[in-house]
Write a protein that binds this ligand. Structure first.
Ligand SMILES: [Zn+2]
Length: 214
């Protein structure tokens, strides 16, 4: 919390809550549909969350999202889990059609992925951090085969190490995990140092709900 002054934490906490309030989670929508045993008998199901309503039509398996008082089509994507039966539900970002778990409300009241909603912090980053991201991506994707990480995480620095690939030696795997964790920790250290040093950066952190306790 260094240098933020008293009351900073509460303010940050409120911002985190605020961002969460304006975010819809496809997994929550899926759970909602799954645990309502009458879903299949209904023409439509309204699921509230993230300051909006997602309207699901069980017959056609299509969905809409309420934005500024109007329902717009919302693309869904279902991904089978490894067991071959259960599945995960994702949104297709109305803006870029990327498959994502979370949609965020932008300034104009429309819901889209973090990147499209302008919550992307990349423009604030220095090239050293871009390089760290590349290194992390290389470990997660090429070395450990975790190609789908972006479906569940917005940033490579948040991704837990994928399981050991069957052909890889344990010693090699453990070394890669240590390297990844070190990069992730360094990345956040660099990120906070970079941003928290300026008043603009401080406002940025608050606006985008970054938890400054870390
Ligand atoms: Zn998008």
């Amino acid at each position: 919390m260094g240098g933020w002054g008293s009351g900073g934490h509460n303010k940050t906490h409120r911002q985190v809550e605020k961002q969460r309030l304006h975010r819809v989670d496809s997994f929550a929508v899926y759970n909602n549909l799954r645990y309502d045993k009458y879903t299949c008998y209904k023409n439509k199901v309204d699921i509230r969350g993230g300051c909006t309503i997602i309207r699901y039509y069980p017959q056609s398996k299509e969905a809409e999202i309420l934005e500024n008082g109007v329902y717009y089509p919302l693309g869904l994507s279902r991904v089978l889990n490894i067991d071959g039966h259960s599945q995960r539900l994702y949104f297709l970002c109305p803006c870029c059609e990327r498959r994502v778990r979370y949609l965020y409300r932008n300034k104009n009241g429309f819901y889209m992925c973090r990147k499209c909603a302008g919550l992307n912090y990349r423009s604030q980053q220095v090239s050293g951090m871009a390089e760290m991201r590349l290194k992390m991506e290389r470990i997660v994707e090429q070395k450990l085969g975790g190609y789908g990480w972006y479906q569940d995480y917005d940033c490579i620095a948040d991704v837990p190490a994928p399981a050991k690939p069957p052909y890889m030696r344990w010693s090699k795997y453990e070394a890669l995990v240590v390297e990844l964790k070190k990069l992730q920790s360094d990345y956040y250290t660099a990120f906070y140092q970079q941003i928290a040093g300026t008043s603009l950066g401080r406002r940025f952190l608050l606006d985008y709900g970054w938890d400054m306790e870390e």
